[in-house]
Design a binder for this molecule. Sequence first.
Ligand code: NAD
Length: 354
Amino acid sequence: MAILVTGGAGFIGSNFVLDWLAQSKEPVINLDKLTYAGNLGNLVSLEGNSSHVFVQGDIGDRSLVSRLLVEYKPRAILNFAAESHVDRSIHGPGEFIQTNIQGTFNLLECTREYWLNLDEQAKCNFRLLHVSTDEVYGTLSPDAPAFTEEHAYEPNSPYSASKAASDHLVRAWHHTYGLPVLTTNCSNNYGPYHFPEKLIPLMIVNALAGKPLPVYGDGMQIRDWLYVKDHCSAIRRVLSAGHVGETYNVGGWNEMPNIEIVKTVCTILDQLRPKPDGSSYDTQICYVQDRPGHDRRYAIDARKIERELGWKPEETFETGIYKTIRWYLDNPQWVQDVQSGDYREWVGKQYGSV
Ligand code: NAD
Protein backbone atom coordinates (compact mmCIF):
# COMPACT_ATOMS: atom_id res chain seq x y z
CA MET A 1 0.00 0.00 0.00
CA ALA A 2 1.11 3.56 -0.71
CA ILE A 3 -0.36 6.99 -1.26
CA LEU A 4 0.52 9.38 -4.07
CA VAL A 5 0.84 13.01 -2.97
CA THR A 6 1.13 15.70 -5.64
CA GLY A 7 2.72 19.04 -4.73
CA GLY A 8 4.33 17.48 -1.66
CA ALA A 9 7.30 19.86 -1.73
CA GLY A 10 5.09 22.94 -1.32
CA PHE A 11 3.90 24.54 1.89
CA ILE A 12 0.88 22.41 2.80
CA GLY A 13 1.97 19.32 0.86
CA SER A 14 5.32 19.09 2.66
CA ASN A 15 3.67 19.58 6.05
CA PHE A 16 1.26 16.80 5.09
CA VAL A 17 4.03 14.40 3.99
CA LEU A 18 6.01 15.06 7.19
CA ASP A 19 2.92 14.54 9.34
CA TRP A 20 1.91 11.41 7.46
CA LEU A 21 5.29 9.73 7.80
CA ALA A 22 5.50 10.72 11.47
CA GLN A 23 2.32 8.72 12.06
CA SER A 24 2.43 5.91 9.52
CA LYS A 25 4.83 3.58 7.75
CA GLU A 26 2.70 3.62 4.61
CA PRO A 27 4.95 4.96 1.82
CA VAL A 28 4.37 8.32 0.17
CA ILE A 29 5.13 8.80 -3.51
CA ASN A 30 5.66 12.54 -3.77
CA LEU A 31 5.22 13.99 -7.28
CA ASP A 32 6.20 17.65 -7.49
CA LYS A 33 7.32 19.81 -10.40
CA LEU A 34 9.52 21.92 -8.09
CA THR A 35 8.30 25.31 -9.27
CA TYR A 36 9.55 28.34 -7.31
CA ALA A 37 7.17 27.22 -4.52
CA GLY A 38 8.44 23.64 -4.32
CA ASN A 39 11.30 23.24 -1.88
CA LEU A 40 13.04 19.98 -1.08
CA GLY A 41 14.58 21.84 1.87
CA ASN A 42 11.19 21.29 3.57
CA LEU A 43 11.78 17.53 3.44
CA VAL A 44 15.43 17.20 4.51
CA SER A 45 14.37 15.38 7.68
CA LEU A 46 13.15 12.54 5.41
CA GLU A 47 16.55 11.91 3.84
CA GLY A 48 17.27 8.19 4.13
CA ASN A 49 13.61 7.39 4.88
CA SER A 50 12.72 4.68 2.36
CA SER A 51 9.00 5.37 2.87
CA HIS A 52 9.40 8.67 1.01
CA VAL A 53 9.89 8.44 -2.75
CA PHE A 54 10.33 11.82 -4.41
CA VAL A 55 9.68 12.19 -8.15
CA GLN A 56 10.20 15.52 -9.88
CA GLY A 57 7.51 15.93 -12.52
CA ASP A 58 4.33 17.59 -13.70
CA ILE A 59 0.78 16.44 -12.88
CA GLY A 60 0.06 17.39 -16.50
CA ASP A 61 2.50 14.76 -17.82
CA ARG A 62 0.26 11.88 -18.81
CA SER A 63 2.88 9.21 -19.38
CA LEU A 64 4.69 10.02 -16.12
CA VAL A 65 1.52 10.03 -13.99
CA SER A 66 0.27 6.80 -15.59
CA ARG A 67 3.65 5.12 -15.08
CA LEU A 68 3.73 6.10 -11.38
CA LEU A 69 0.23 4.73 -10.83
CA VAL A 70 1.07 1.40 -12.46
CA GLU A 71 4.42 1.16 -10.68
CA TYR A 72 3.39 2.10 -7.13
CA LYS A 73 -0.32 1.14 -7.13
CA PRO A 74 -1.41 3.79 -4.62
CA ARG A 75 -4.63 3.23 -2.69
CA ALA A 76 -5.17 7.02 -2.64
CA ILE A 77 -4.08 10.17 -4.42
CA LEU A 78 -3.98 13.53 -2.64
CA ASN A 79 -3.80 16.46 -5.04
CA PHE A 80 -2.03 19.46 -3.48
CA ALA A 81 -0.19 20.46 -6.67
CA ALA A 82 -1.22 23.91 -7.82
CA GLU A 83 -0.16 27.40 -8.65
CA SER A 84 -1.38 29.01 -5.44
CA HIS A 85 -0.57 32.71 -5.21
CA VAL A 86 -3.36 35.17 -6.12
CA ASP A 87 -0.97 38.04 -6.97
CA ARG A 88 0.99 35.85 -9.35
CA SER A 89 -2.28 34.76 -11.00
CA ILE A 90 -3.10 38.41 -11.70
CA HIS A 91 0.29 39.03 -13.33
CA GLY A 92 0.41 35.74 -15.26
CA PRO A 93 -2.73 33.57 -15.28
CA GLY A 94 -1.47 31.14 -17.94
CA GLU A 95 0.37 28.80 -15.57
CA PHE A 96 -2.70 28.70 -13.30
CA ILE A 97 -4.84 27.48 -16.17
CA GLN A 98 -2.15 24.99 -17.15
CA THR A 99 -1.52 23.39 -13.76
CA ASN A 100 -4.76 23.93 -11.86
CA ILE A 101 -7.15 23.08 -14.68
CA GLN A 102 -5.26 21.17 -17.37
CA GLY A 103 -3.08 19.41 -14.78
CA THR A 104 -6.08 18.35 -12.68
CA PHE A 105 -7.83 17.14 -15.83
CA ASN A 106 -4.81 15.01 -16.71
CA LEU A 107 -4.59 13.64 -13.17
CA LEU A 108 -8.28 12.72 -13.28
CA GLU A 109 -7.95 10.95 -16.62
CA CYS A 110 -4.88 8.96 -15.55
CA THR A 111 -6.57 8.11 -12.26
CA ARG A 112 -9.75 6.98 -14.00
CA GLU A 113 -7.83 4.65 -16.28
CA TYR A 114 -5.86 3.23 -13.34
CA TRP A 115 -8.93 2.89 -11.12
CA LEU A 116 -10.94 1.07 -13.79
CA ASN A 117 -8.25 -1.61 -13.92
CA LEU A 118 -8.17 -2.25 -10.16
CA ASP A 119 -9.83 -5.36 -8.74
CA GLU A 120 -13.25 -4.84 -7.14
CA GLN A 121 -11.97 -4.55 -3.56
CA ALA A 122 -9.18 -2.10 -4.45
CA LYS A 123 -11.61 -0.12 -6.62
CA CYS A 124 -13.98 0.20 -3.71
CA ASN A 125 -11.28 1.34 -1.29
CA PHE A 126 -9.56 3.79 -3.65
CA ARG A 127 -9.89 7.58 -3.09
CA LEU A 128 -8.79 10.70 -4.92
CA LEU A 129 -8.75 13.66 -2.51
CA HIS A 130 -8.58 17.07 -4.13
CA VAL A 131 -7.31 19.90 -1.92
CA SER A 132 -9.00 23.22 -2.63
CA THR A 133 -9.67 26.63 -1.19
CA ASP A 134 -12.47 28.76 0.28
CA GLU A 135 -11.64 31.39 -2.36
CA VAL A 136 -13.81 29.52 -4.89
CA TYR A 137 -16.89 30.89 -3.09
CA GLY A 138 -16.00 34.53 -3.80
CA THR A 139 -16.41 37.41 -1.38
CA LEU A 140 -18.80 37.86 1.56
CA SER A 141 -20.44 41.03 2.86
CA PRO A 142 -19.53 41.85 6.49
CA ASP A 143 -22.66 40.40 8.08
CA ALA A 144 -23.30 37.46 5.70
CA PRO A 145 -23.13 33.96 7.17
CA ALA A 146 -19.92 32.00 6.60
CA PHE A 147 -19.54 29.76 3.53
CA THR A 148 -21.19 26.37 3.81
CA GLU A 149 -20.65 23.58 1.28
CA GLU A 150 -23.93 24.67 -0.39
CA HIS A 151 -22.68 28.18 -1.15
CA ALA A 152 -22.55 28.97 -4.89
CA TYR A 153 -19.14 29.18 -6.52
CA GLU A 154 -18.35 32.82 -7.41
CA PRO A 155 -14.57 32.98 -7.90
CA ASN A 156 -13.12 36.43 -8.52
CA SER A 157 -9.40 36.01 -9.20
CA PRO A 158 -7.66 33.97 -11.91
CA TYR A 159 -6.35 31.75 -9.07
CA SER A 160 -9.75 31.09 -7.50
CA ALA A 161 -11.39 30.65 -10.92
CA SER A 162 -8.81 28.02 -11.84
CA LYS A 163 -9.32 26.22 -8.52
CA ALA A 164 -13.10 26.41 -8.97
CA ALA A 165 -12.73 24.86 -12.43
CA SER A 166 -10.61 22.05 -10.98
CA ASP A 167 -13.21 21.41 -8.25
CA HIS A 168 -15.91 21.15 -10.93
CA LEU A 169 -13.84 18.68 -12.94
CA VAL A 170 -13.33 16.53 -9.85
CA ARG A 171 -17.05 16.62 -9.13
CA ALA A 172 -17.90 15.72 -12.73
CA TRP A 173 -15.49 12.76 -12.80
CA HIS A 174 -17.40 11.38 -9.80
CA HIS A 175 -20.88 11.99 -11.19
CA THR A 176 -20.08 10.89 -14.72
CA TYR A 177 -17.54 8.10 -14.26
CA GLY A 178 -18.10 7.11 -10.63
CA LEU A 179 -14.52 7.98 -9.63
CA PRO A 180 -14.39 7.92 -5.79
CA VAL A 181 -13.38 11.51 -5.06
CA LEU A 182 -13.37 13.78 -2.02
CA THR A 183 -12.84 17.55 -2.04
CA THR A 184 -11.77 19.84 0.79
CA ASN A 185 -12.16 23.63 0.68
CA CYS A 186 -9.97 25.20 3.31
CA SER A 187 -9.39 28.72 4.55
CA ASN A 188 -5.98 30.47 4.73
CA ASN A 189 -3.23 28.31 6.19
CA TYR A 190 -0.20 29.47 8.12
CA GLY A 191 2.68 27.65 9.79
CA PRO A 192 6.20 26.28 9.15
CA TYR A 193 7.66 26.12 5.60
CA HIS A 194 5.34 28.85 4.28
CA PHE A 195 6.95 30.64 1.33
CA PRO A 196 7.46 34.30 2.27
CA GLU A 197 5.39 35.78 -0.55
CA LYS A 198 2.26 35.08 1.55
CA LEU A 199 1.06 37.52 4.22
CA ILE A 200 2.25 35.99 7.51
CA PRO A 201 5.74 34.77 6.52
CA LEU A 202 6.31 37.95 4.47
CA MET A 203 5.60 40.04 7.57
CA ILE A 204 7.87 37.92 9.77
CA VAL A 205 10.87 37.96 7.43
CA ASN A 206 10.49 41.63 6.50
CA ALA A 207 10.08 42.67 10.12
CA LEU A 208 13.26 40.83 11.14
CA ALA A 209 15.15 42.33 8.18
CA GLY A 210 14.07 45.88 9.14
CA LYS A 211 12.10 46.23 5.90
CA PRO A 212 8.63 47.76 5.35
CA LEU A 213 5.60 45.60 6.17
CA PRO A 214 3.38 46.18 3.10
CA VAL A 215 -0.35 45.98 3.84
CA TYR A 216 -2.78 46.09 0.93
CA GLY A 217 -5.36 48.94 0.85
CA ASP A 218 -6.87 49.66 4.27
CA GLY A 219 -5.84 46.24 5.65
CA MET A 220 -9.47 45.44 6.50
CA GLN A 221 -9.75 42.38 4.24
CA ILE A 222 -11.01 39.56 6.43
CA ARG A 223 -9.79 35.98 6.19
CA ASP A 224 -10.26 32.84 8.27
CA TRP A 225 -6.93 31.35 9.41
CA LEU A 226 -6.04 27.72 10.14
CA TYR A 227 -2.74 26.32 11.43
CA VAL A 228 -1.34 24.10 8.67
CA LYS A 229 -1.06 20.99 10.86
CA ASP A 230 -4.78 21.25 11.61
CA HIS A 231 -5.43 21.33 7.86
CA CYS A 232 -3.29 18.18 7.54
CA SER A 233 -5.29 16.42 10.26
CA ALA A 234 -8.53 17.41 8.51
CA ILE A 235 -7.29 15.94 5.23
CA ARG A 236 -6.30 12.68 6.95
CA ARG A 237 -9.74 12.56 8.55
CA VAL A 238 -11.57 13.19 5.25
CA LEU A 239 -9.42 10.58 3.52
CA SER A 240 -10.20 7.92 6.10
CA ALA A 241 -13.85 8.71 6.86
CA GLY A 242 -15.20 11.15 4.27
CA HIS A 243 -18.20 10.14 2.17
CA VAL A 244 -17.32 9.60 -1.48
CA GLY A 245 -18.40 12.47 -3.74
CA GLU A 246 -18.74 14.92 -0.83
CA THR A 247 -16.96 18.20 -0.24
CA TYR A 248 -15.88 19.38 3.22
CA ASN A 249 -15.18 22.95 4.27
CA VAL A 250 -12.21 23.20 6.61
CA GLY A 251 -11.58 26.26 8.77
CA GLY A 252 -10.42 27.51 12.12
CA TRP A 253 -13.27 29.85 13.16
CA ASN A 254 -10.61 32.58 13.24
CA GLU A 255 -11.87 35.48 11.15
CA MET A 256 -9.45 38.38 11.31
CA PRO A 257 -8.68 41.50 9.26
CA ASN A 258 -5.22 41.44 7.67
CA ILE A 259 -4.06 44.47 9.62
CA GLU A 260 -4.86 42.71 12.89
CA ILE A 261 -2.78 39.71 11.75
CA VAL A 262 0.15 42.01 10.96
CA LYS A 263 -0.11 43.78 14.32
CA THR A 264 -0.26 40.42 16.13
CA VAL A 265 2.91 39.29 14.35
CA CYS A 266 4.60 42.55 15.42
CA THR A 267 3.50 42.17 19.04
CA ILE A 268 4.84 38.60 19.29
CA LEU A 269 8.11 39.57 17.61
CA ASP A 270 8.41 42.50 20.06
CA GLN A 271 8.35 39.90 22.87
CA LEU A 272 10.48 37.19 21.27
CA ARG A 273 13.07 39.32 19.44
CA PRO A 274 12.92 42.91 20.81
CA LYS A 275 14.49 45.52 18.56
CA PRO A 276 17.72 47.03 19.96
CA ASP A 277 16.23 50.56 19.90
CA GLY A 278 13.16 49.42 21.88
CA SER A 279 10.67 50.43 19.17
CA SER A 280 7.89 48.10 18.02
CA TYR A 281 8.01 46.28 14.71
CA ASP A 282 4.63 47.87 13.94
CA THR A 283 6.46 51.12 13.07
CA GLN A 284 7.51 49.28 9.87
CA ILE A 285 3.89 48.88 8.68
CA CYS A 286 3.12 50.73 5.43
CA TYR A 287 -0.03 50.70 3.34
CA VAL A 288 0.35 49.92 -0.36
CA GLN A 289 -2.07 50.04 -3.30
CA ASP A 290 -4.72 47.35 -2.99
CA ARG A 291 -4.72 44.23 -5.16
CA PRO A 292 -7.16 44.56 -8.13
CA GLY A 293 -10.45 42.78 -7.41
CA HIS A 294 -9.36 42.02 -3.84
CA ASP A 295 -12.08 40.02 -2.06
CA ARG A 296 -13.14 41.71 1.19
CA ARG A 297 -14.11 38.74 3.30
CA TYR A 298 -13.91 34.95 3.39
CA ALA A 299 -15.35 32.92 6.26
CA ILE A 300 -15.69 29.17 6.57
CA ASP A 301 -18.52 27.32 8.26
CA ALA A 302 -16.76 24.10 9.27
CA ARG A 303 -19.71 22.46 11.01
CA LYS A 304 -20.11 19.65 8.46
CA ILE A 305 -16.64 18.17 8.97
CA GLU A 306 -16.96 18.67 12.73
CA ARG A 307 -20.39 17.05 12.93
CA GLU A 308 -19.98 14.22 10.39
CA LEU A 309 -16.30 13.35 10.81
CA GLY A 310 -15.59 14.54 14.36
CA TRP A 311 -12.69 16.79 13.27
CA LYS A 312 -11.70 19.90 15.21
CA PRO A 313 -8.59 22.11 15.00
CA GLU A 314 -6.15 21.70 17.89
CA GLU A 315 -4.59 25.15 17.70
CA THR A 316 -6.21 28.48 18.42
CA PHE A 317 -4.90 31.40 16.38
CA GLU A 318 -2.95 32.56 19.46
CA THR A 319 -1.11 29.24 19.91
CA GLY A 320 -0.63 28.62 16.19
CA ILE A 321 0.79 32.04 15.36
CA TYR A 322 3.16 31.86 18.32
CA LYS A 323 4.46 28.44 17.14
CA THR A 324 4.80 29.77 13.59
CA ILE A 325 6.85 32.81 14.58
CA ARG A 326 9.01 30.64 16.88
CA TRP A 327 9.65 28.32 13.90
CA TYR A 328 10.80 31.18 11.65
CA LEU A 329 13.12 32.46 14.40
CA ASP A 330 14.54 28.97 14.90
CA ASN A 331 15.10 28.31 11.17
CA PRO A 332 17.07 31.26 9.76
CA GLN A 333 18.88 29.05 7.24
CA TRP A 334 15.60 27.90 5.66
CA VAL A 335 14.49 31.53 5.46
CA GLN A 336 17.77 32.59 3.88
CA ASP A 337 17.65 29.78 1.35
CA VAL A 338 14.12 30.55 0.11
CA GLN A 339 14.83 34.28 -0.15
CA SER A 340 17.08 33.93 -3.14
CA GLY A 341 16.45 33.90 -6.90
CA ASP A 342 12.83 33.90 -7.89
CA TYR A 343 11.68 35.26 -4.54
CA ARG A 344 13.85 38.38 -4.72
CA GLU A 345 12.82 39.04 -8.28
CA TRP A 346 9.13 38.69 -7.43
CA VAL A 347 9.15 40.84 -4.28
CA GLY A 348 11.12 43.49 -6.12
CA LYS A 349 8.47 43.57 -8.88
CA GLN A 350 5.59 43.56 -6.40
CA TYR A 351 6.71 46.11 -3.85
CA GLY A 352 9.56 47.94 -5.61
CA SER A 353 12.14 46.95 -3.00
CA VAL A 354 13.80 43.76 -1.86
P1 NAD B 1 2.37 25.97 -2.71
O1 NAD B 1 2.38 26.95 -3.82
O2 NAD B 1 3.19 26.23 -1.50
O3 NAD B 1 2.81 24.54 -3.25
C1 NAD B 1 2.37 24.02 -4.47
C2 NAD B 1 3.29 22.86 -4.84
O4 NAD B 1 2.82 22.31 -6.07
C3 NAD B 1 4.75 23.28 -5.06
O5 NAD B 1 5.61 22.37 -4.42
C4 NAD B 1 4.92 23.21 -6.57
O6 NAD B 1 6.24 22.88 -6.97
C5 NAD B 1 3.94 22.11 -6.93
N1 NAD B 1 3.46 22.20 -8.32
C6 NAD B 1 3.04 23.31 -8.98
N2 NAD B 1 2.67 22.99 -10.23
C7 NAD B 1 2.84 21.65 -10.36
C8 NAD B 1 2.62 20.72 -11.41
N3 NAD B 1 2.16 21.13 -12.59
N4 NAD B 1 2.89 19.43 -11.19
C9 NAD B 1 3.38 19.01 -10.00
N5 NAD B 1 3.63 19.84 -8.97
C10 NAD B 1 3.35 21.14 -9.14
O7 NAD B 1 0.84 25.79 -2.34
P2 NAD B 1 0.19 25.44 -0.93
O8 NAD B 1 -0.07 26.69 -0.19
O9 NAD B 1 0.97 24.36 -0.28
O10 NAD B 1 -1.21 24.89 -1.41
C11 NAD B 1 -1.41 23.50 -1.69
C12 NAD B 1 -2.82 23.28 -2.15
O11 NAD B 1 -3.73 23.71 -1.13
C13 NAD B 1 -3.20 24.09 -3.41
O12 NAD B 1 -4.00 23.30 -4.21
C14 NAD B 1 -3.95 25.28 -2.87
O13 NAD B 1 -4.89 25.74 -3.82
C15 NAD B 1 -4.64 24.67 -1.67
N6 NAD B 1 -4.95 25.60 -0.57
C16 NAD B 1 -3.97 26.43 -0.07
C17 NAD B 1 -4.29 27.26 1.01
C18 NAD B 1 -3.25 28.16 1.64
O14 NAD B 1 -3.59 28.97 2.51
N7 NAD B 1 -1.98 28.05 1.29
C19 NAD B 1 -5.58 27.25 1.56
C20 NAD B 1 -6.53 26.38 1.01
C21 NAD B 1 -6.19 25.55 -0.04
